[in-house]
Design a protein around this ligand. Sequence first.
Ligand SMILES: Nc1nc2c(ncn2[C@@H]2O[C@H](COP(=O)(O)OP(=O)(O)OP(=O)(O)O)[C@@H](O)[C@H]2O)c(=O)[nH]1
Length: 397
Amino acid sequence: MTYQFKFDSRTRKLRRMSESTKERITDSDYGTSICTTSSDDESLRSESDRSITYLPVNGGDYFMRDLDASRTTLSPGHCPHCQMLFRKPLVLSCGHSLCSSCCSRLLNVLNGNGGKVSKKTRIRMGVTSLYTKYHRIGFSSSLASTSSSSLSSIASSSIIPIYKTPECPQCGETPKMTAPIPNLELERLLSKGLPNRISEYDNPIYRESDQENFVETIFDSAPIQECSLAVLGAPGVGKTSITRVQYGNEMMICGENAESSGIFIDILDDHRLEENLSKAHGFVLVYAITDRDSLTTAEMLSGMIREHRGDQVPIVLVGSKSDADRRRVVTAYEGQRLARQIGAPFREVSARKNDGINEAFDELLSLIAVGFRFRENREYRRISPTNLEKSSRFLIQ
Ligand SMILES: Nc1nc2c(ncn2[C@@H]2O[C@H](COP(=O)(O)OP(=O)(O)OP(=O)(O)O)[C@@H](O)[C@H]2O)c(=O)[nH]1
């Protein structure tokens, strides 16, 4: 069984969604992947055993954490490795976070370097190509000596991958080749004094009553608008990285106005161009500033979008890999010129640094919401069920 939740900004709590609300979303792409306790999904079963709660913090945001004290003694907002407040937190693929420096340290342990971080041996954790430099960092011998059989089998193959994340100290998820993502929301929460607010919820009396409400209350039946965003561009421009990073950015759900309707967001990043062209409510059109041909492709794609969907469909033009300025071959001016030509806002972004991506999606969503409002004369706020499923794994501890 899958429970679905929605944020209620009046009471600042997550509410189980009413049957009527659920029905409206089960037909969608994200279907049952919305939120937290799915007992028919093996990967989430362990989560369903736990008592996970959703706690509101500043300004209608909330965070999620495991309340079962017998399973974890770690304070929220604290790194499971160094047990200190997070510093520059990164999200691993399992959803748990680590300080950036702890991540380096653990990667170096994996590398048989005793956790000593030196400039020579430090493994880069950004969004980079997977198979690089392993000889220089002496990865093969250390990999073979690790206990995990999967690691040794990979080590014995001809190409040896570099792991970008260590084994998760929280849940034990195996090292991954996908890079961790900066957990900007957690960093933001911490900078807002999250630990003080957490202590309010550590009061057992508050907690029990809060949990009861949480399970039993049925949330309002405000209308929900589904919204698909397609990320399009030439191969290798960073579409997948942008989508992945944005999923991380969607950890929080903000609800300014409880009366307003919701927009459920689904990001389409696949190669079904025809389908995406006709289905999406808005487009993130990507070219890489390091690849001139990708600008031409973006221009061609914009023509296809306009041809299929007319002038009104919102597009945001994005110049990716802005961190790679030294390899730049497309100037920002050229990007702006194309954006003006196709009537779209323009932004240079970096998935590696998680820079500008949330802003680009925000811009696109606000354009789409204008369209929805115009058609239905309603206020909309932003909620992201696709990402809520993911964000349920973006635990603070
Ligand atoms: N420097 C830098 N490299 C990036 C960035 N984003 C992605 N890359 C790199 O660009 C390459 C392609 O990234 P993907 O996200 O797979 O690109 P894609 O557009 O999804 O590729 P296809 O699925 O083949 O179309 C990878 O090697 C990434 O590491 C970025 O912001 N900065």
